[in-house]
Design a binder for this molecule. Structure first.
Ligand code: SF4
Ligand code: SF4
Length: 74
């Protein structure tokens, strides 16, 4: 059974470096160009949360600890 997950993004800590987006195997991460955060950067968003497989690659790659991954099986 494939793991399912959900990520929590502390958007106001994101510096919009775009690093994490390149490591998501299901390609559901992108920068939200419609807004800026408290730091003045374009923050990360999830395009399709239901596809997250809780691999944690994004959280491991983020240099600022912006992303928390929750894993659950169903
Ligand atoms: S935990 Fe994995 S699948 Fe989920 S958003 Fe992060 S990189 Fe993508
Ligand atoms: S790696 Fe971290 S700081 Fe960079 S865009 Fe992703 S969440 Fe934001």
């Amino acid at each position: 059974m494939a793991a399912k997950g959900r990520i929590i993004i502390e958007q106001d800590k994101c510096k919009g470096c775009d690093l994490c987006t390149h490591y998501c195997p299901v390609n559901i991460l992108e920068l939200d160009t419609s807004t800026t955060n408290a730091l003045g950067y374009t923050p990360l968003k999830v395009t399709d949360p239901d596809k997250c497989i809780a691999c944690s690659f994004c959280a491991m790659m983020c240099p600022d600890g912006v992303i928390t991954v929750e894993r659950f099986n169903k």
